[in-house]
Design a protein around this ligand. Structure first.
Ligand SMILES: [Zn+2]
Length: 317
């Protein structure tokens, strides 16, 4: 009896995953790669409804992670990066109709400078009745390209202005372009955010790091059903952890919590390879030179994945 309960508990732990999605622009055909039409949005919202998914506030997921609670596998969190006016003009009405909460990550400088495509401070205050407002930087830089001092300046200025204009402190942060390195993460973490979100496809389970939460982008004609099938693979990444200026990717060494004997390694631009696993250890000599500024490395076992985005950071040691 005891062992049955143990197995049951373990399987619940293994399968308990949530998904966080990102939107950018709504009904704005000028930017097809970051746009979601209202027809698509309605299709996605109906999909959640019909298939028993529960759209919850980000706060509920973050609190559950901090409290080490089991994460139900039907939880969905909706986030919006960049405070585009198209959300206020088009997207918001649908969120209200379905009564779906959201967290919007605010590019502070764009609203302050009154950039045409962005919401005003008053519009932001108005939408805060339906969702939460969080931080997405002052100047929307490629953060790995800033030295420590410049990076801290962006956080300091942006956070001060966010608080001054909106009267609240943001609790969560998302990286501009989803780009970061361990150095950028350390600096972001020093600001005391309860959660930090990337833009790396994946799922969220009870073992997920609240300061490195994966999100999948729902733009264009998205494969929502496909994204929802992914589960989180619990891993420790020994190598690679960051990408130097030379772009050298020598080897991969990741330990996963799995008994499986076969797994996969995917590297963007280089494709997929199957590997044998023993004790959950992924080991491969790669000896590749990565020419892109950012490269995605995914290790997988079946539909469970763990993703690392490598972004060149010349300021990392
Ligand atoms: Zn952004």
């Amino acid at each position: 009896m005891k062992s049955f309960w143990l197995v049951l508990c373990l399987s619940v732990m293994v399968w308990a995953d949530a998904h966080i999605f990102i939107y950018h622009r709504f009904n704005d055909s000028r930017y097809p790669t970051t746009n979601t039409t209202l027809e698509e949005l309605r299709k996605e919202f109906d999909y959640f409804k019909k298939n028993g998914y529960k759209v919850i506030p980000l706060e509920k997921l973050v609190n559950a992670l901090h409290n080490k609670e089991t994460i139900p596998d039907n939880w969905v969190v909706l986030t919006i990066d960049d405070n585009y006016k198209s959300f206020y003009e088009h997207g918001l009405a649908l969120f209200k109709e379905y009564n779906y909460p959201f967290s919007m990550f605010v590019y502070v400088g764009a609203t302050e400078q009154k950039y045409g495509d962005f919401m005003s401070w008053n519009q932001l205050k108005e939408i805060a009745k339906y969702g939460s407002l969080e931080f997405h930087s002052m100047n929307h830089p490629h953060m790995t390209e800033l030295n420590d001092e410049a990076l801290k300046k962006d956080f300091d200025e942006g956070l001060a202005l966010f608080e001054k204009r909106l009267g609240i402190k943001p609790r969560y942060f998302s990286y501009p372009f989803g780009e970061f390195s361990p150095r950028v993460k350390n600096i972001a973490t020093s600001y005391g955010f309860q959660a930090i979100l990337n833009q790396t496809m994946g799922a969220v389970a009870s073992f997920s790091d609240p300061l490195d939460l994966d999100r999948s982008a729902l733009v264009g004609k998205s494969d929502l059903g496909g994204f929802l099938k992914y589960k989180a693979l619990e891993t420790t990444w020994f190598e690679p952890t960051f990408l130097g200026e030379d772009g050298k990717l020598t080897s991969l060494h990741v330990k996963a919590q799995t008994n499986a004997t076969k797994g996969g390694i995917y590297i963007s631009e280089h494709g997929y390879q199957e590997v044998s696993l023993s004790d959950g250890i992924f080991k491969a000599e790669l000896n590749k030179i990565l020419t892109k500024e950012r490269t995605r490395v995914i290790v997988s076992v079946g539909n469970k994945i763990s993703t690392k985005l490598l972004v060149k950071d010349k300021f990392s040691k």
